[in-house]
Design a protein around this ligand. Structure first.
Ligand SMILES: Nc1nc2c(ncn2[C@@H]2O[C@H](COP(=O)(O)OP(=O)(O)OP(=O)(O)O)[C@@H](O)[C@H]2O)c(=O)[nH]1
Ligand SMILES: [Mg+2]
Length: 369
């Protein structure tokens, strides 16, 4: 399972600066609104120190981390859904993503123009969230009418169910609220259908507070406190990042230099690490590992996934032909050093179809095709 995310926010809040720093993908960053006119897609590795720990014991050719895709689009402005600015054109690029990264300006650099003339994160968040709701409204209304018609003419039970799920969504969007606000008690099937409508406001949100490089932890920054409180009321996640600092970090060569630089600023984690961890939390994800002489690899799966579903992330045949999984933990590996010793000690577990995979499991799958 790949995870894809799309960045939204007002123009000039630092979306491309953060995107560039995170992906080193070379998107254009410049101090004028609408610097980004083409969507840029980058892929970032999910930092996971456990890969290196496994490699210390199991010799391998390469380490393969889990990945998250990030799309950077042009800034949205008030009235975007009515055609103001450029951002609305690019919303199509984020309709298929799993989560929204909403970059909010919490830095006060007077040299960088703010489209509304002042720093005010809650006003900014409300502008963007309303524009996204309005952008979804037209599509949701159209889909509701279409599904109502097919439900009436063909007695199609799927169309009837879709219409039933779309009606409260349309109502929420008409009131300027996110589709997600009516999806609270939904079961997995209702969520799957609601998310298939291609609406942005059904997606979970991770707010990225872009703060002054002078105070990169954001502690005591009132704007950060405002964003945090707002995220909490929505059940959204938030991270504090300084775009300017991330840009400096991404220019450093060695891992050691990066860590030294971070700790000199009182930070214990890079922006990338913070962001990927928050995305995992937001979407209830975890990683398991496969480890052998060719590669040691992290695989992203939902929390609660059973062994066959975890195997299916590697290849659908692994899921279809799943027989059983051999499972051990990183602690077992550290204690016994080699798999044969883990097996001899009875710690290499044989698990079947109902096994619920745990974060950090090291797994081999047995299957037939
Ligand atoms: N001081 C300071 N400036 C920043 C920071 N992040 C971004 N900037 C500056 O803000 C300006 C706009 O940054 P961009 O990353 O291009 O903004 P954007 O959100 O992608 O803007 P659009 O693509 O036009 O919507 C640039 O001059 C950046 O250098 C930061 O953390 N601190
Ligand atoms: Mg940009």
């Amino acid at each position: 399972m790949g995870l894809s995310t799309g960045i939204v926010g007002l123009p000039n809040v630092g979306k491309s600066t953060i995107f560039n720093a995170l992906t080193a993908a070379g998107a254009l960053a410049a101090n004028y609104p609408f610097a980004t006119i083409e969507p840029n897609t980058g892929v970032v590795a999910v930092p996971d120190p456990r890969l290196k720990e496994i490699e210390k014991i199991i010799k391998t050719e390469k380490l393969v981390p889990a990945y998250i895709e990030i799309k950077d689009i042009a800034g949205l402005v008030a009235g975007a859904s009515q055609g103001e600015g450029l951002g609305n054109k690019f919303l199509g690029h984020i309709r298929e993503t799993d989560a929204i990264l909403h970059v909010v300006r919490c830095f006060s650099d007077g040299d960088v123009v703010h489209v509304s003339g002042s720093v005010d994160p809650i006003r900014d968040i409300e502008i963007i969230n309303l524009e996204l709701a309005l952008a979804d409204l037209e599509s949701a209304e159209r889909q509701l009418e279409k599904n109502k018609r097919s439900a009436a003419s063909s007695k199609d039970p799927d169309a009837a169910q879709r219409a039933e799920l779309l009606a409260p969504i349309v109502e929420a969007l008409q009131a300027g609220k996110w589709a997600r606000t009516v999806m609270g008690g939904y079961d997995a099937n209702m969520l799957r259908i609601s998310r298939s409508f291609g609406l942005i406001t059904t997606k979970p949100v991770l707010y990225v507070a872009n703060v002054d490089e002078a105070n990169p932890t954001g502690e005591g920054n009132p704007y950060v406190a405002q964003v945090r409180a707002h995220a909490a009321t929505e059940g959204s996640e938030m991270v504090v990042i300084s775009g300017a600092i991330e840009a400096e970090i991404s220019a450093l060569e060695s891992e050691e230099e990066k860590l030294d630089f971070l700790s000199s600023l009182g930070l214990d984690e890079s922006g990338l690490s913070k962001l990927t961890h928050a995305a995992y939390k937001l979407l209830a994800l975890q990683s398991y590992f496969t480890a052998g002489p060719k590669e040691i690899r992290a695989w992203m799966i939902p929390v609660g996934a059973k062994a066959p579903q975890a195997a299916g992330v590697i290849h659908t045949d692994f899921e279809k032909g799943f027989i059983r999984a051999e499972v051990y933990t990183l602690d077992d590996l550290k204690t016994y050093k080699v798999e044969s010793a883990i097996r001899a000690a009875g710690k290499l577990r044989s698990e079947g179809k109902e096994y619920v995979v745990r974060d950090g499991d090291i797994m081999h799958f047995l299957f037939n095709v």
